[in-house]
Design a protein around this ligand. Structure first.
Ligand code: PEP
Length: 258
């Protein structure tokens, strides 16, 4: 039995306004309640856009919902002349528990480097927000069979200079770029291979106990009908879900797949 509590995270990306966001959170909470979902056995997190976080906070607090929420990004800066940025402190004030950091879409469309990802992780940790660090290789790297080395290099870059205690406060999501939003899901063996490699690397470079407790998610076209096989990997502790997290009939069974 794993000592790690499974974690299911819905990444809504650039979808839903704040009214649609609270509607979806409400429906998700009702559905999981009907299913007698045990949040102590599987943590459930949604990641709306910044503009919906306040509304989601009001709903979650008001109705005492056990659902947690994440931001999809965070600034590496604390405050100042950084137009368009949102700080970890501002997010913490809104009750944000997790921040997705270094998603492949940010690396690709916003030129985020491992160095910036590292700075964002530190900013989040500094405000008590759990970073969900995304790593994973593009298709050509997979085809060249260099996916493990590539992904571990991203991991090393993101964790550079962090103390074991700090690494103990993060979650890692392995998201092969070729499997995101494509319907192309990595095999359970692919997911397990990388999750195991990530855990081994953290054991080697950081600390064995931290590695044993580290939650490692898989992301890439996870759906209600494939979550169980993906979760079968001994080192896979949850999923980061894009498209399927926008539909209650998909995400509720993912959250409660057991
Ligand atoms: C994601 O963007 O984190 C993701 C895994 O997307 P999808 O589930 O749509 O592939």
């Amino acid at each position: 039995d794993s000592p790690r509590t499974p974690l299911m995270v819905g990444n809504w990306k650039l979808n839903l306004d704040h009214l649609q966001a609270i509607d979806l959170v409400q429906k998700l909470a009702w559905t999981l309640k009907d299913a007698e979902h045990d949040y102590d056995l599987t943590e459930v997190v949604v990641a709306p856009t910044f503009t919906s976080l306040r509304s989601v906070q009001t709903l979650v607090d008001g109705d005492k919902l056990p659902i947690k929420y994440a931001s999809q990004d965070v600034s590496s800066h604390a405050s100042g002349a950084y137009t368009g940025e949102v700080s970890a402190e501002q997010l913490a004030k809104l009750g944000v528990s997790f921040a997705i950091i270094g998603h492949s879409e940010r690396r690709e469309y916003h030129n985020e480097t491992d160095e910036l990802v590292n700075a964002k992780i530190l900013a989040a940790l500094g405000q008590g927000i759990t970073p969900i660090l995304c790593v994973g290789e593009p298709l050509e790297v997979r085809q060249a069979s260099e996916h493990v080395a590539y992904t571990l290099a991203q991991l090393d870059g993101a964790l550079a200079g962090l103390s074991p205690e700090q690494v103990g406060g993060i979650v890692v999501a392995y998201e092969p770029v070729w499997a995101i939003g494509t319907g192309e899901v990595a095999t359970p063996d692919d997911a397990q291979e990388m999750a195991q490699a990530i855990r081994a690397r953290v054991a080697e470079t950081v600390d064995a106990d931290v590695a044993a407790g580290l939650r490692i998610l898989y992301g890439g076209s996870v759906k209600a009908d494939n979550v169980k096989e993906i979760m079968a990997g001994a080192d896979v502790d949850g999923a980061l879900v894009g498209g399927a997290s926008l539909k209650v009939d998909q995400f509720a069974p993912i959250a409660g797949f057991r």
